[in-house]
Design a protein around this ligand. Structure first.
Ligand code: HEC
Length: 153
């Protein structure tokens, strides 16, 4: 039972979401959900793990960055420092494997490019967002729809 609960709490991909739980009906549809973890975590922000909180902060930051870029402003690293989410505790410790850190590295590299590029920042920004999505395809598919809204069209 505990094991089931832990699997369910974990930031699951679809293959894991088959665990039978009475509360499963409450689980938000993965397409409409911002979070990838269990509903109580969404509804009770105090229960969220540091990595989940940092991810939420990243969404807020990237939304602001998007607005500035659309307005034609340049963004700087001083205003948008990189959040080292890979150093803090996740809901599911199993995500902390080499492929996760590799995805984190690729995202961080793309993120730095936003500020270092000589070209269009909006373009570099979209590349960074695609790295969010890449990692989420492996570890946490729930928020992908939300992340896609960050793309600058
Ligand atoms: C290296 C992998 C990786 C990258 C890159 C990444 N994420 Fe995440 N994201 C995760 C994992 C793992 C979780 C689950 C965290 C937890 O539950 O503790 C998560 C959770 C989230 C959540 C749900 C937070 C909640 O409320 O529970 C959102 C939203 C999110 N990420 C958005 C983003 C955005 C936006 C980016 C890029 C700017 C991004 N992520 C980059 C792995 C990643």
């Amino acid at each position: 039972m505990l094991l089931f609960a832990m699997i369910w709490i974990a930031c699951t991909n679809e293959s894991k979401q088959t665990a039978k739980q009475p509360e499963q009906a409450l689980e938000p549809h993965k397409d409409s959900s911002v979070a990838c973890s269990k509903p109580t975590i969404i509804m009770d922000p105090n229960n969220a793990k540091p990595m989940a909180l940092m991810m939420r902060q990243m969404v807020v930051n990237m939304d602001k960055m998007k607005a500035k870029l659309i307005a034609g402003e340049r963004v700087s690293e001083k205003d948008f420092p990189f959040l080292r989410f890979y150093l803090v505790e996740p809901t599911d410790p199993n995500v902390l494997e080499p492929n996760f850190y590799e995805n984190a590295r690729l995202f961080q590299e793309a993120y730095k490019q936003i500020f270092e590029t000589k070209g269009l920042q909006a373009k570099a920004y979209n590349v960074a967002i695609s790295k969010c999505i890449n990692c989420h395809q492996s570890y946490c598919s729930g928020p992908i729809k939300r992340i896609k809204k960050l793309v600058i069209n």
